[in-house]
Ligand binder design. Structure first.
Ligand code: PHE
Length: 455
């Protein structure tokens, strides 16, 4: 088998490229589709505070861990563990990370596909005057159309990444992310100037602790992982492409701030509109597909804003799918020594097959269930509630207990060029706080805590 030539490994060409790609991965359906609806279901402001605490105390330390381990190893996830911990079982983490990437991609591309399907519907005005609930279920229960849109998402993703890091991921995320930001600002201005907007802002920012349940606290923690793309080697892989002169401490902080800011902006777009038109903030996963077309329909210039909105989420989703496929692409090309194009085509073929049952889960295959969940439900549950937290736990344990902070310190400080003032706090967070918190989420997510009667 041909050997991969590591001296020819690609990298990000600029600081701004690193931020665009990593923030592009983090910012996605998690921020714009999921964050508003889970915040709505959990009563708003108090949930937000807990989420912010999880981001700062667990998300940020794990982000820095992934970046620094990845850059130090300068390898894909398999190669990284092999290099940093030769002849140990850590190598097999690569299997978990790659499986997580396949699992997430298989249903994420389906949701992203629905979003793409809503773009032509918005432009043509086809949604106005319809029952939005029916329009949405007509789409997701049919066989051919959603499948085609998910394949479009997969096709665009491999098109964007096939030319590599500098000429692929970096080039496209650098164009797409600023567009996303501009679109969000336009929509935010529109939303906060609606009559009655303040009620929505209050809902999001005024903490109401009586609405917060223990389940909500744990949901906030799980969502911190998903939203920051942590626990499956995305940031490790991207870290392996970051050049040695970049400051990983500020990079991690900037990515975390960007992701959080976009989630808040999504909330500021969605809640004022929901309250201005007297809708329910706790409408669940259908919030953007069912509630928002209603909002836009009642708004002047609604067609334009609705079209912009779905284009925006489509862009956000694509910059995330690029990172999911890159984890696998780097693993396959470097470990098997095959060409990037060949590797990517193989991966895309397998992903396309996995997308099919996920897409059909709302229609032709809605009766096919496992433990009472459709294929889509099982994939979503496995990824966010099992694979990502277990992956995050492994990273925290690997760095905190096995590899140890003292061995990564020079990577974090660029050989002493930057100070690492919070090293003591960092060590404590990565060794104790993050692992304990993650074990609690896992016990909760798998229902063990509720069997014990604790939540
Ligand atoms: N962070 C992405 C989002 O919020 C989802 C994602 C998770 C992407 C894990 C890559 C890895 O939509």
């Amino acid at each position: 088998m041909a050997k991969f030539d590591f001296s020819k490994r690609d990298s990000f060409g600029s600081k701004i490229g690193v931020i665009a790609a990593a923030a592009g991965s983090a910012i996605g359906l998690g921020n714009i589709w999921k964050f508003p609806y889970i915040t709505g279901e959990n009563g708003g402001g108090a949930f937000l505070l807990v989420y912010l605490a999880c981001i700062a105390l667990i998300g940020l330390p794990i982000m820095l861990a992934e970046f620094s381990l990845g850059r130090k190893a300068n390898r894909n996830v398999f190669g990284a563990f092999k290099k940093l911990a030769p002849n140990t079982g850590w190598y097999w983490s690569g299997v978990l990370f790659n499986t997580a990437a396949f699992t997430i991609m298989s249903y994420y591309a389906v949701v992203a596909g629905w979003i793409f399907a809503y773009i032509p519907r918005s432009i043509s005005g086809a949604l106005s005057g319809q029952n939005f609930n029916e329009a949405f279920s007509n789409l997701n229960s049919s066989t051919v159309e959603p499948l085609i849109w998910s394949f479009v998402v997969l096709g665009l993703t491999i098109f964007f990444i096939h030319s590599g890091i500098k000429k692929g991921i970096e080039k496209y995320t650098k164009i797409l992310m600023p567009i996303l930001l501009v679109l969000m600002i336009i929509l935010m201005i529109r939303s906060v100037t609606l009559p009655g907007a303040m009620e929505g802002i209050d809902f999001l920012f005024a903490p109401n602790f009586s609405a917060l349940t223990p389940g909500g606290v744990l949901e906030a923690l799980g969502h911190a992982f998903f939203s920051l793309s942590l626990g499956m080697g995305v940031m490790m892989t991207y870290g392996s492409y970051i050049q040695k002169q970049e400051n990983l401490q500020t990079t991690s902080l900037q990515v975390v701030i960007a992701d959080t800011a976009i989630a808040l902006m999504a909330g500021v777009i969605i809640f004022p509109a929901v309250f201005a038109y007297d809708l329910e903030p706790s409408s669940g996963p259908g919030l953007i597909f069912i509630t928002l077309p209603g909002v836009f329909n009642a708004m002047q210039g609604g067609i334009i804003f609705q079209t912009l909105f779905f284009i925006l989420i489509g862009i956000a989703a694509l910059t995330s799918t690029m990172s999911l496929v890159e984890v696998v692409a780097s693993s396959v090309t470097e470990q098997l020594g095959i060409s990037r194009n060949k590797g990517i085509l193989m991966i895309a073929g397998l992903m396309a097959l996995l997308i099919i049952p996920n897409s059909l889960s709302y229609g032709a295959m809605s009766d096919v269930t496992l433990f009472g969940h459709t294929v889509f439900g099982v994939f979503d549950f496995l990824a966010s509630n099992i694979f990502l937290p277990v992956g995050g736990l492994m990273i925290a344990l690997f760095l905190g207990w096995f590899y140890k902070l003292k061995n990564i310190r020079s990577e974090i400080t660029n050989e002493g060029k930057y100070r690492f003032r919070l090293a003591g706090v960092y060590n404590y967070l990565i060794k104790y706080i993050a692992p304990v918190a993650i074990v609690i989420i896992l016990l909760y997510a798998t229902g063990i805590l509720s069997k014990l009667g604790w939540v």
